[in-house]
Ligand binder design. Structure first.
Ligand SMILES: [Fe+2]
Length: 409
Protein backbone atom coordinates (compact mmCIF):
# COMPACT_ATOMS: atom_id res chain seq x y z
CA UNK A 1 0.00 0.00 0.00
CA UNK A 2 1.86 3.12 -1.16
CA UNK A 3 0.47 5.40 1.55
CA UNK A 4 2.47 5.89 4.72
CA UNK A 5 0.44 5.30 7.86
CA UNK A 6 1.20 5.23 11.59
CA UNK A 7 -0.71 4.55 14.79
CA UNK A 8 0.39 4.63 18.42
CA UNK A 9 3.89 5.37 19.62
CA UNK A 10 7.08 4.81 17.61
CA UNK A 11 10.66 5.99 18.33
CA UNK A 12 11.94 9.05 16.48
CA UNK A 13 14.62 6.91 14.77
CA UNK A 14 14.00 3.33 13.65
CA UNK A 15 16.07 0.57 15.25
CA UNK A 16 16.72 2.59 18.40
CA UNK A 17 15.61 1.79 21.94
CA UNK A 18 12.05 2.75 22.82
CA UNK A 19 11.76 2.36 26.58
CA UNK A 20 8.82 1.02 28.58
CA UNK A 21 7.85 2.74 31.84
CA UNK A 22 9.83 0.05 33.72
CA UNK A 23 12.97 0.72 31.64
CA UNK A 24 12.61 -2.34 29.39
CA UNK A 25 12.71 -2.08 25.61
CA UNK A 26 9.76 -2.66 23.32
CA UNK A 27 10.34 -5.45 20.77
CA UNK A 28 10.69 -4.11 17.25
CA UNK A 29 9.50 -6.27 14.31
CA UNK A 30 9.65 -5.63 10.58
CA UNK A 31 6.69 -7.06 8.66
CA UNK A 32 6.48 -6.84 4.89
CA UNK A 33 6.66 -8.66 1.60
CA UNK A 34 9.53 -9.57 -0.73
CA UNK A 35 11.98 -9.86 2.14
CA UNK A 36 13.41 -6.42 2.93
CA UNK A 37 12.66 -4.81 -0.44
CA UNK A 38 8.86 -4.78 -0.74
CA UNK A 39 6.58 -2.56 1.29
CA UNK A 40 7.01 -3.04 5.04
CA UNK A 41 6.04 -1.75 8.44
CA UNK A 42 7.86 -1.59 11.80
CA UNK A 43 5.84 -2.76 14.78
CA UNK A 44 6.68 -2.26 18.47
CA UNK A 45 5.49 -5.06 20.78
CA UNK A 46 5.18 -5.38 24.54
CA UNK A 47 6.54 -8.93 24.21
CA UNK A 48 8.87 -10.57 21.68
CA UNK A 49 6.77 -11.97 18.80
CA UNK A 50 8.93 -15.10 18.80
CA UNK A 51 7.89 -16.82 22.06
CA UNK A 52 6.13 -19.83 20.57
CA UNK A 53 5.13 -22.61 22.99
CA UNK A 54 4.20 -25.28 20.46
CA UNK A 55 3.84 -25.93 16.73
CA UNK A 56 1.86 -28.61 14.91
CA UNK A 57 0.36 -29.24 11.50
CA UNK A 58 -3.41 -29.50 11.73
CA UNK A 59 -4.47 -30.63 8.25
CA UNK A 60 -4.04 -30.30 4.51
CA UNK A 61 -6.06 -27.64 2.70
CA UNK A 62 -5.45 -28.74 -0.87
CA UNK A 63 -8.20 -27.70 -3.28
CA UNK A 64 -9.51 -30.55 -5.42
CA UNK A 65 -10.33 -29.96 -9.07
CA UNK A 66 -13.22 -31.76 -10.72
CA UNK A 67 -12.20 -34.60 -12.99
CA UNK A 68 -14.43 -33.57 -15.91
CA UNK A 69 -12.47 -30.85 -17.72
CA UNK A 70 -15.05 -30.26 -20.47
CA UNK A 71 -14.58 -26.73 -21.78
CA UNK A 72 -17.83 -24.78 -21.42
CA UNK A 73 -19.37 -21.69 -19.85
CA UNK A 74 -20.39 -22.31 -16.25
CA UNK A 75 -22.76 -20.80 -13.71
CA UNK A 76 -23.03 -21.54 -10.00
CA UNK A 77 -25.41 -20.16 -7.39
CA UNK A 78 -23.44 -19.38 -4.25
CA UNK A 79 -26.76 -19.44 -2.37
CA UNK A 80 -26.69 -23.23 -2.84
CA UNK A 81 -23.22 -23.71 -1.35
CA UNK A 82 -22.54 -24.83 2.22
CA UNK A 83 -23.60 -22.21 4.77
CA UNK A 84 -22.25 -21.24 8.15
CA UNK A 85 -19.06 -21.89 10.04
CA UNK A 86 -15.83 -19.99 10.43
CA UNK A 87 -14.85 -17.07 8.20
CA UNK A 88 -11.36 -18.53 7.77
CA UNK A 89 -11.80 -22.32 7.99
CA UNK A 90 -15.08 -23.01 6.21
CA UNK A 91 -14.47 -21.43 2.83
CA UNK A 92 -15.68 -23.39 -0.20
CA UNK A 93 -13.16 -23.36 -3.08
CA UNK A 94 -14.78 -22.52 -6.42
CA UNK A 95 -12.09 -21.84 -9.01
CA UNK A 96 -8.33 -21.78 -8.88
CA UNK A 97 -4.98 -21.89 -10.64
CA UNK A 98 -1.43 -21.32 -9.43
CA UNK A 99 -1.94 -17.54 -9.23
CA UNK A 100 -5.40 -17.08 -7.76
CA UNK A 101 -8.09 -18.96 -5.89
CA UNK A 102 -11.73 -17.89 -5.52
CA UNK A 103 -13.65 -19.15 -2.50
CA UNK A 104 -16.98 -18.42 -0.88
CA UNK A 105 -18.18 -18.46 2.72
CA UNK A 106 -21.27 -17.37 4.67
CA UNK A 107 -19.79 -17.41 8.18
CA UNK A 108 -21.94 -17.44 11.30
CA UNK A 109 -19.34 -18.35 13.95
CA UNK A 110 -16.68 -16.20 15.58
CA UNK A 111 -13.11 -17.42 15.29
CA UNK A 112 -11.42 -17.98 18.64
CA UNK A 113 -8.08 -18.32 16.84
CA UNK A 114 -6.00 -15.70 15.08
CA UNK A 115 -5.32 -16.34 11.40
CA UNK A 116 -2.43 -15.73 9.02
CA UNK A 117 -2.33 -16.68 5.39
CA UNK A 118 1.39 -17.06 4.73
CA UNK A 119 1.05 -18.17 1.11
CA UNK A 120 -1.37 -15.60 -0.31
CA UNK A 121 -2.66 -12.06 -0.16
CA UNK A 122 -6.39 -12.12 0.50
CA UNK A 123 -8.99 -9.83 -1.05
CA UNK A 124 -12.28 -10.45 0.73
CA UNK A 125 -15.28 -8.91 -1.00
CA UNK A 126 -18.06 -8.43 1.54
CA UNK A 127 -21.21 -9.06 -0.46
CA UNK A 128 -23.22 -8.85 2.75
CA UNK A 129 -22.40 -8.22 6.37
CA UNK A 130 -20.54 -5.97 8.71
CA UNK A 131 -18.17 -6.20 11.63
CA UNK A 132 -14.53 -5.53 12.41
CA UNK A 133 -11.31 -7.02 11.14
CA UNK A 134 -9.07 -7.10 14.20
CA UNK A 135 -5.37 -6.90 13.40
CA UNK A 136 -2.01 -6.16 14.98
CA UNK A 137 -2.19 -2.84 13.12
CA UNK A 138 -5.50 -1.83 14.68
CA UNK A 139 -9.18 -2.37 13.96
CA UNK A 140 -10.67 -2.12 10.49
CA UNK A 141 -14.47 -1.84 10.56
CA UNK A 142 -15.99 -3.42 7.43
CA UNK A 143 -19.39 -3.25 5.73
CA UNK A 144 -21.16 -4.48 2.60
CA UNK A 145 -19.37 -3.60 -0.63
CA UNK A 146 -15.93 -3.56 0.96
CA UNK A 147 -12.89 -5.16 -0.58
CA UNK A 148 -10.88 -6.04 2.53
CA UNK A 149 -7.24 -6.43 1.47
CA UNK A 150 -5.15 -8.53 3.84
CA UNK A 151 -1.62 -8.90 2.58
CA UNK A 152 0.15 -12.19 3.21
CA UNK A 153 1.41 -12.79 6.68
CA UNK A 154 -0.83 -10.20 8.34
CA UNK A 155 -2.28 -11.73 11.47
CA UNK A 156 -5.95 -10.99 11.94
CA UNK A 157 -9.26 -12.13 13.37
CA UNK A 158 -12.73 -11.54 11.94
CA UNK A 159 -15.15 -10.14 14.49
CA UNK A 160 -18.51 -10.69 12.80
CA UNK A 161 -21.52 -8.59 13.68
CA UNK A 162 -23.81 -11.59 13.92
CA UNK A 163 -26.92 -9.43 13.85
CA UNK A 164 -26.22 -9.29 10.11
CA UNK A 165 -25.99 -12.04 7.52
CA UNK A 166 -22.43 -12.40 6.22
CA UNK A 167 -21.48 -13.38 2.66
CA UNK A 168 -17.81 -13.22 1.64
CA UNK A 169 -16.21 -13.80 -1.74
CA UNK A 170 -12.56 -14.55 -0.99
CA UNK A 171 -9.76 -14.22 -3.50
CA UNK A 172 -6.38 -15.66 -2.52
CA UNK A 173 -3.50 -14.26 -4.58
CA UNK A 174 0.00 -15.74 -4.75
CA UNK A 175 1.34 -12.32 -5.81
CA UNK A 176 1.12 -8.93 -4.10
CA UNK A 177 -2.25 -7.24 -4.65
CA UNK A 178 -1.83 -3.62 -5.67
CA UNK A 179 -3.26 -0.63 -7.50
CA UNK A 180 -2.83 -0.79 -11.30
CA UNK A 181 0.41 0.88 -12.29
CA UNK A 182 -1.32 3.00 -14.92
CA UNK A 183 -3.38 4.68 -12.17
CA UNK A 184 -0.24 6.02 -10.48
CA UNK A 185 2.32 8.64 -11.40
CA UNK A 186 6.06 8.01 -11.18
CA UNK A 187 5.95 9.03 -7.52
CA UNK A 188 3.29 6.51 -6.58
CA UNK A 189 0.40 8.93 -6.15
CA UNK A 190 -2.92 8.05 -7.74
CA UNK A 191 -3.52 10.13 -10.86
CA UNK A 192 -6.37 12.60 -11.27
CA UNK A 193 -7.83 10.31 -13.94
CA UNK A 194 -7.78 7.20 -11.75
CA UNK A 195 -11.22 5.85 -10.73
CA UNK A 196 -10.43 6.29 -7.04
CA UNK A 197 -8.11 8.31 -4.83
CA UNK A 198 -6.14 7.87 -1.63
CA UNK A 199 -9.09 9.33 0.31
CA UNK A 200 -11.10 6.24 -0.63
CA UNK A 201 -8.62 3.90 1.07
CA UNK A 202 -9.64 3.04 4.63
CA UNK A 203 -6.79 2.20 6.96
CA UNK A 204 -6.68 0.72 10.50
CA UNK A 205 -8.12 3.09 13.07
CA UNK A 206 -8.15 2.10 16.73
CA UNK A 207 -4.98 0.38 17.91
CA UNK A 208 -5.83 -1.86 20.86
CA UNK A 209 -2.87 -3.07 22.89
CA UNK A 210 -3.45 -6.34 24.79
CA UNK A 211 -1.09 -7.27 27.61
CA UNK A 212 -2.20 -10.82 28.41
CA UNK A 213 -0.22 -14.01 29.02
CA UNK A 214 -1.60 -17.51 28.31
CA UNK A 215 -2.14 -19.84 25.35
CA UNK A 216 -3.02 -17.97 22.15
CA UNK A 217 -3.47 -20.17 19.05
CA UNK A 218 -2.53 -18.73 15.67
CA UNK A 219 -3.54 -20.74 12.60
CA UNK A 220 -1.15 -20.28 9.71
CA UNK A 221 -1.86 -21.36 6.14
CA UNK A 222 1.29 -22.39 4.25
CA UNK A 223 2.16 -25.16 1.76
CA UNK A 224 -1.61 -25.71 1.23
CA UNK A 225 -1.92 -26.83 4.84
CA UNK A 226 -3.00 -25.43 8.17
CA UNK A 227 -0.51 -25.14 11.02
CA UNK A 228 -1.12 -24.15 14.63
CA UNK A 229 1.30 -21.98 16.54
CA UNK A 230 0.58 -21.37 20.22
CA UNK A 231 2.02 -18.09 21.47
CA UNK A 232 2.52 -17.41 25.20
CA UNK A 233 0.96 -13.96 24.97
CA UNK A 234 -1.81 -12.13 23.13
CA UNK A 235 -0.38 -11.37 19.68
CA UNK A 236 -2.10 -7.97 19.48
CA UNK A 237 0.35 -6.39 21.93
CA UNK A 238 1.53 -3.63 19.58
CA UNK A 239 1.93 -0.15 21.10
CA UNK A 240 2.77 1.56 17.83
CA UNK A 241 3.74 1.00 14.21
CA UNK A 242 4.46 2.83 11.00
CA UNK A 243 5.11 2.05 7.36
CA UNK A 244 3.47 0.98 4.15
CA UNK A 245 2.45 -2.63 4.87
CA UNK A 246 -0.91 -3.09 6.59
CA UNK A 247 -4.46 -4.26 5.85
CA UNK A 248 -6.78 -1.81 4.13
CA UNK A 249 -10.24 -1.49 2.61
CA UNK A 250 -11.69 -0.06 -0.57
CA UNK A 251 -15.47 0.02 -0.99
CA UNK A 252 -16.91 -0.82 -4.41
CA UNK A 253 -19.28 2.16 -4.16
CA UNK A 254 -16.25 4.46 -4.05
CA UNK A 255 -15.20 3.33 -7.53
CA UNK A 256 -15.85 6.14 -10.03
CA UNK A 257 -17.01 4.48 -13.25
CA UNK A 258 -15.52 5.60 -16.55
CA UNK A 259 -18.11 5.86 -19.32
CA UNK A 260 -17.88 6.81 -22.99
CA UNK A 261 -19.90 7.77 -26.06
CA UNK A 262 -19.69 4.11 -27.07
CA UNK A 263 -19.03 0.93 -25.12
CA UNK A 264 -15.92 0.97 -22.94
CA UNK A 265 -13.96 -2.29 -22.54
CA UNK A 266 -13.65 -4.11 -19.20
CA UNK A 267 -10.19 -2.67 -18.32
CA UNK A 268 -11.86 0.69 -17.49
CA UNK A 269 -13.43 -1.13 -14.55
CA UNK A 270 -10.12 -2.43 -13.21
CA UNK A 271 -9.76 -1.98 -9.49
CA UNK A 272 -6.82 -4.18 -8.44
CA UNK A 273 -3.77 -5.72 -10.07
CA UNK A 274 -2.36 -9.08 -9.03
CA UNK A 275 0.23 -11.38 -10.59
CA UNK A 276 -1.64 -13.31 -13.28
CA UNK A 277 -5.05 -11.72 -12.71
CA UNK A 278 -7.00 -8.49 -12.34
CA UNK A 279 -10.09 -7.59 -10.32
CA UNK A 280 -12.68 -5.22 -11.82
CA UNK A 281 -15.76 -3.51 -10.37
CA UNK A 282 -18.94 -3.03 -12.42
CA UNK A 283 -20.82 -0.24 -10.69
CA UNK A 284 -24.02 1.74 -11.25
CA UNK A 285 -23.35 4.22 -14.04
CA UNK A 286 -24.83 6.05 -17.00
CA UNK A 287 -24.70 4.08 -20.22
CA UNK A 288 -22.96 5.08 -23.46
CA UNK A 289 -24.41 8.33 -24.73
CA UNK A 290 -24.25 8.13 -28.53
CA UNK A 291 -27.77 7.79 -29.96
CA UNK A 292 -26.77 4.62 -31.80
CA UNK A 293 -24.51 3.19 -29.13
CA UNK A 294 -25.14 -0.40 -28.06
CA UNK A 295 -24.65 -0.46 -24.28
CA UNK A 296 -24.63 -4.28 -24.22
CA UNK A 297 -21.09 -5.58 -24.61
CA UNK A 298 -20.03 -7.00 -27.95
CA UNK A 299 -19.30 -10.73 -28.23
CA UNK A 300 -15.73 -11.52 -27.34
CA UNK A 301 -13.43 -14.52 -27.04
CA UNK A 302 -11.27 -13.30 -24.15
CA UNK A 303 -8.25 -15.19 -25.48
CA UNK A 304 -5.65 -15.75 -22.74
CA UNK A 305 -8.09 -14.74 -20.04
CA UNK A 306 -10.67 -16.66 -18.00
CA UNK A 307 -13.50 -14.35 -16.89
CA UNK A 308 -15.29 -14.88 -13.60
CA UNK A 309 -18.13 -12.61 -12.51
CA UNK A 310 -19.75 -12.49 -9.09
CA UNK A 311 -23.14 -10.78 -9.29
CA UNK A 312 -23.46 -8.58 -6.24
CA UNK A 313 -26.63 -6.64 -6.97
CA UNK A 314 -29.96 -7.48 -5.41
CA UNK A 315 -31.46 -6.24 -8.67
CA UNK A 316 -30.58 -9.49 -10.38
CA UNK A 317 -32.70 -11.48 -7.95
CA UNK A 318 -35.75 -10.67 -10.05
CA UNK A 319 -34.11 -11.78 -13.27
CA UNK A 320 -34.38 -15.17 -14.77
CA UNK A 321 -31.14 -17.10 -14.93
CA UNK A 322 -28.86 -14.96 -12.79
CA UNK A 323 -29.39 -14.12 -9.13
CA UNK A 324 -27.61 -12.30 -6.32
CA UNK A 325 -24.48 -14.32 -5.59
CA UNK A 326 -24.38 -16.00 -8.99
CA UNK A 327 -20.89 -16.77 -10.26
CA UNK A 328 -20.28 -17.23 -13.97
CA UNK A 329 -17.11 -18.57 -15.55
CA UNK A 330 -16.38 -17.83 -19.20
CA UNK A 331 -13.22 -19.74 -20.07
CA UNK A 332 -10.44 -18.54 -22.29
CA UNK A 333 -10.98 -18.79 -26.02
CA UNK A 334 -14.68 -19.59 -26.42
CA UNK A 335 -16.83 -16.59 -27.26
CA UNK A 336 -19.49 -15.15 -25.02
CA UNK A 337 -21.61 -12.05 -25.12
CA UNK A 338 -25.07 -10.71 -24.49
CA UNK A 339 -27.98 -13.09 -24.78
CA UNK A 340 -29.90 -12.77 -28.04
CA UNK A 341 -32.30 -9.85 -27.76
CA UNK A 342 -30.13 -7.88 -25.38
CA UNK A 343 -28.40 -5.85 -28.09
CA UNK A 344 -31.68 -4.37 -29.26
CA UNK A 345 -33.11 -4.03 -25.78
CA UNK A 346 -30.07 -2.15 -24.54
CA UNK A 347 -30.13 0.59 -27.18
CA UNK A 348 -31.39 3.82 -25.67
CA UNK A 349 -31.04 2.66 -22.06
CA UNK A 350 -29.63 5.48 -19.95
CA UNK A 351 -28.42 3.89 -16.76
CA UNK A 352 -27.54 0.58 -15.13
CA UNK A 353 -27.73 -0.28 -11.46
CA UNK A 354 -25.58 -3.35 -11.89
CA UNK A 355 -23.05 -4.27 -9.25
CA UNK A 356 -20.58 -7.04 -9.95
CA UNK A 357 -17.05 -8.12 -9.17
CA UNK A 358 -15.05 -9.58 -12.03
CA UNK A 359 -11.83 -11.54 -11.68
CA UNK A 360 -9.97 -12.21 -14.92
CA UNK A 361 -7.11 -14.68 -14.69
CA UNK A 362 -4.53 -14.90 -17.43
CA UNK A 363 -3.93 -18.62 -16.96
CA UNK A 364 -6.85 -21.08 -17.16
CA UNK A 365 -8.81 -21.80 -14.01
CA UNK A 366 -9.74 -25.21 -12.69
CA UNK A 367 -13.17 -25.78 -11.25
CA UNK A 368 -13.24 -27.13 -7.71
CA UNK A 369 -15.20 -30.30 -6.95
CA UNK A 370 -16.81 -28.51 -4.04
CA UNK A 371 -19.08 -26.32 -6.22
CA UNK A 372 -20.68 -29.11 -8.21
CA UNK A 373 -23.89 -29.13 -6.17
CA UNK A 374 -24.48 -25.41 -6.86
CA UNK A 375 -24.15 -25.59 -10.64
CA UNK A 376 -26.76 -24.44 -13.14
CA UNK A 377 -26.16 -27.18 -15.70
CA UNK A 378 -28.12 -25.37 -18.41
CA UNK A 379 -26.06 -22.19 -18.51
CA UNK A 380 -23.83 -23.04 -21.48
CA UNK A 381 -27.02 -23.46 -23.59
CA UNK A 382 -28.68 -20.28 -22.35
CA UNK A 383 -27.69 -18.26 -25.45
CA UNK A 384 -29.24 -20.68 -27.92
CA UNK A 385 -32.33 -21.07 -25.74
CA UNK A 386 -32.71 -17.30 -25.65
CA UNK A 387 -32.36 -17.25 -29.41
CA UNK A 388 -35.04 -19.91 -29.85
CA UNK A 389 -37.38 -18.09 -27.48
CA UNK A 390 -36.83 -14.90 -29.42
CA UNK A 391 -37.60 -16.47 -32.78
CA UNK A 392 -40.74 -18.07 -31.37
CA UNK A 393 -42.01 -14.83 -29.79
CA UNK A 394 -44.68 -12.80 -31.61
CA UNK A 395 -43.08 -10.04 -33.68
CA UNK A 396 -44.90 -7.03 -32.24
CA UNK A 397 -41.89 -4.77 -32.41
CA UNK A 398 -40.74 -5.50 -28.89
CA UNK A 399 -37.74 -7.81 -28.54
CA UNK A 400 -38.52 -10.90 -26.51
CA UNK A 401 -36.93 -11.01 -23.07
CA UNK A 402 -33.67 -12.89 -22.93
CA UNK A 403 -33.05 -15.83 -20.67
CA UNK A 404 -30.47 -13.92 -18.64
CA UNK A 405 -30.37 -10.16 -18.67
CA UNK A 406 -27.20 -8.80 -17.07
CA UNK A 407 -25.16 -6.67 -19.43
CA UNK A 408 -21.89 -7.03 -17.60
CA UNK A 409 -18.93 -7.79 -19.84
FE1 LIG B 1 -16.63 -11.06 -20.97
Amino acid sequence: MPIYHTLGRVPQKRHTAMRKPDGGIYSEQLVGHEGFTGTSALLYHLHPPTTVKSVRKLRDLKWEAEEDQTLKHRHWRSSQLKKGGSPTLDRTPMLFNADIGMLYVEPDEQDAHFYRNAQADEVVYVAKGQGTLETQFGDLPYRAGDYVVIHRGIMHRWKLDLAHEQKFLVMESRGHVRWPKRYRNEFGQLLEGAPYSERDIRRPTDLRTHDEMGDFPILIKQFDALNEYVLDHHPFDVVGWDGYFYPWIFNIHDFEPIVGRVHQPPPVHQTFQGDGFVICSFCPRPYDFDANAIPAPYNHSNVDSDEVIFYASEEFMSRKGIEFGSVTHHPDGIPHGPHPGRYEASIGQKFTNELAVMMDSFRPLKVAKAVRSAEDETYHRSWIEAQHARVAAPQNGTPAPAVALPLTD
